[in-house]
Design a protein around this ligand. Structure first.
Ligand code: GLU
Length: 303
């Protein structure tokens, strides 16, 4: 399968209205450009039992359909291992024994991007590496990057240039790192269009660069504005009745939730099918949607 858009939730809990809005946008971008739409569950980390099933049920309930089987990252470790092995064979990896604190304390390389890994373990001698290995601390595997920034095109943000450092490919606990898995998965699922929240914009130069190193096509990107609470912080479940089950408990139907999300995008629609007829990516609001969950209750339901 080729030419697909996707949504890739982390199954750490229920999706809230902000997540559902991003999922609807990813679905709309894909379906209005004759693409397939695939789902992936990012379940290598932060998994809550039953959350993935609930997320898929909620997506279906608001009218999102998808093609083919859902991919689960926890079943794909062979693919990640193969990608890391390919980079290692090309001399593009090294073992890193730094703790998080050591990285924070080390001065950033003189010409490196702010916050970048300072390269402490990059040029260890064999003796130094053996000494660190002997300490018993498990090594992370890092990419030996030969650029410190990378530019990609974003449908909403235009040419975007951001930092690339010697990013982690496999964490010290053995788990393949997000920046690697996302690149491998998107390629394997035929994803050539990535639509996701703009909180991930700064990670994208690393991912696009990694794709080129692995000989994979760089997808087109659209990083969409997030939903914020009235304090300007990213909407979270603690902000109130913001998940689909919360909204149902408050008397809303899934169509009411779709209507609310459609309204935030400037459309009057109650189903994703209606939205699909109306959607124009060029008209997408460029600013975050500020949502006050306390204002969501209908007047007759106010305590
Ligand atoms: N699973 C990631 C998240 O929920 C998203 C990954 C992606 O869209 O690339 O933040």
């Amino acid at each position: 399968m080729n030419n697909a858009g996707r949504y890739a939730p982390s199954p750490s809990g229920d999706l809230h209205i902000g997540n559902l809005r991003t999922a609807i946008l990813a679905w709309l971008f894909a379906r209005t450009t004759q693409r397939a739409f695939v789902l992936r569950v990012d379940d290598l980390d932060r998994v809550r039992a039953g959350a993935a099933e609930q997320q898929l049920a909620d997506l279906a309930a608001i009218g999102i359909d998808w093609d083919g089987p859902v991919a689960y990252q926890s079943t794909r470790t062979d693919a990640y291992d193969a990608a890391i092995a390919e980079l290692a064979a090309a001399g593009r990896t090294y073992e890193c024994y730094c703790t998080r604190r050591e990285i924070q304390e080390a001065a950033t390389a003189p010409h490196g991007p702010m916050g970048a890994y300072p390269g402490t373990c990059r040029e260890l001698t064999t003796a130094q590496r053996d000494q660190r290995r002997a300490s018993g601390r498990p090594a992370a595997i890092r990419l030996r990057a030969d650029v410190d920034s990378f530019t990609f095109h974003d449908q909403l943000h235009g040419e975007y240039t951001g930092a690339v450092d010697d990013l982690v490919l496999r964490r010290g606990d053995g788990i393949p790192a997000y920046n690697l898995t996302v690149v491998v998965d998107d390629a394997d699922q035929g994803v050539d269009q990535v639509v996701r929240g703009d909180d991930l914009l700064p990670s994208t130069p690393r991912q696009a660069y990694l794709a080129t190193l692995l000989g994979l096509a760089v997808p087109t990107y659209a990083h969409v504005p997030l939903v914020l609470n009235p304090e300007g912080k990213r909407l979270a479940k603690r902000d109130g009745a913001v998940t689909l089950s919360d909204r149902r408990a408050a008397g809303d139907t899934p169509q009411d939730v779709v209507a609310l999300i459609a309204d935030s995008l400037g459309y009057r629609a109650r189903t994703t099918a209606e939205l699909r007829e109306l959607f124009d990516a060029a008209q997408l609001p460029r600013n975050p949607w500020i949502l006050d969950p306390t204002g969501l209750f209908r007047p007759d339901e106010c305590p």
